[in-house]
Design a protein around this ligand. Structure first.
Ligand code: CP
Ligand code: NVA
Length: 301
């Protein structure tokens, strides 16, 4: 792996599987402490439940200490430049975890930090989430070549990371996304050109989920887009994951959502709380996979 973990595109196929294996190991071997005596600075420009808690718990379980910094306190890129923040935090800490709006801030932190920088979500991507999702798909016995993952909803940071994964690992990724809400074009084109996976955009969600092994959705209104909420609910209303849509998928389909969910918008209670839902495993797996990432990058395991 590189010094940092900013996107799934930086990983080789074998590194992805090494991370899954290391996550398995760290899940059971509680006495492994590769972060003993180390500290991790965490800067969050946006709210978080899962990412913050799973990183903090993960650092503690690996023997280290996390320092949570709100953006009000740090003023990343405003009170001082990302370069200055990166330089200073590198003098005190062994890694920087950052959740930012503008992905460029992560690139700037990465350029100037002498310690590993980990992407905890940006407007562009959410790599830790999608690795945890892959781990969850494997946990539920669905990870095989060309497993059909049907994503229904907004072409956002989650989709960009799915596309980056599809450039490395063979899956069948079908995106049911309305016009005007497509994912990042460069990342999409790269996924197509890599020729590793079958990647397609199908506008009709019922066709998209046909015979799917996995149906995945995410909020229609990501953090930072709150002023567009009314328009988005209107534009996405046909893209709800509900019981009727799930009946088009395979009988043993699993339902995934990175959370937080907006119940009654992108997903119904029936789908989110139903027997097919694995959303709480996804949340738990953030811990295991991020421990693996930190053990590799910071603990040099
Ligand atoms: N899935 C996820 O990243 O959740 P949080 O925004 O609560 O961290
Ligand atoms: N697309 C969502 C993901 C939340 C984990 C957002 O960026 O708000």
């Amino acid at each position: 792996m590189n010094k940092d973990f900013l996107s799934i595109a930086e990983l080789k196929k074998e590194e992805v599987f090494e991370l899954l294996t290391l996550a398995d190991r760290l899940k059971v071997e509680k006495d492994v402490k590769p972060l003993a005596g180390k500290t991790v600075a965490m800067i969050f420009q946006k709210p978080s439940l899962r990412t913050r808690v799973s990183f903090e718990v993960g650092v503690i379980q690996l023997g280290g200490q996390a320092i949570f910094l709100t953006d009000e306190g740090v003023g990343l890129g405003v009170r001082e430049s990302a370069a200055d923040v990166a330089n200073v935090l590198s003098r005190f800490n062994d890694a920087i975890v950052a959740r930012v709006f503008d992905h460029q801030l992560l690139l700037d932190l990465s350029k100037f930090a002498t310690v590993p920088v980990i992407n905890a979500l940006s407007d562009l991507s959410h790599p830790c989430q999608i690795l945890a999702d892959l781990y969850t798909i494997r946990q539920h016995g669905k990870l095989r070549d060309h497993v059909k993952v049907a994503y229904v909803g907004d072409g956002n940071n989650i989709v960009n990371s799915w596309l980056e994964l599809a450039s490395i690992i063979p899956i069948h990724l079908t995106l049911a996304i309305p016009f005007g809400y497509e994912p990042d074009k460069t990342i999409y084109d790269k996924a197509i050109q890599s020729n590793v996976s079958k990647v397609e955009i199908i506008r009709d969600p019922r066709n998209a989920v046909n015979k799917a092994d996995v149906v995945y959705t995410d909020t229609w209104t990501s953090m930072g887009q709150e002023q567009e909420k009314t328009k988005r609910i209107y534009d996405f209303w046909e893209y709800q994951v509900n019981g009727s849509l799930l009946r088009q998928a395979k009988k043993d389909v699993i339902v995934m959502h990175c959370l937080p969910a907006h119940r009654g918008e992108e997903i119904t209670d029936e789908a989110l709380d139903g027997k097919q839902s694995v959303v709480n495993d996804q949340a738990e797996n953030r811990l295991h996979i991020q421990k693996a990432i930190m053990a590799k990058l910071i603990g040099k395991m």
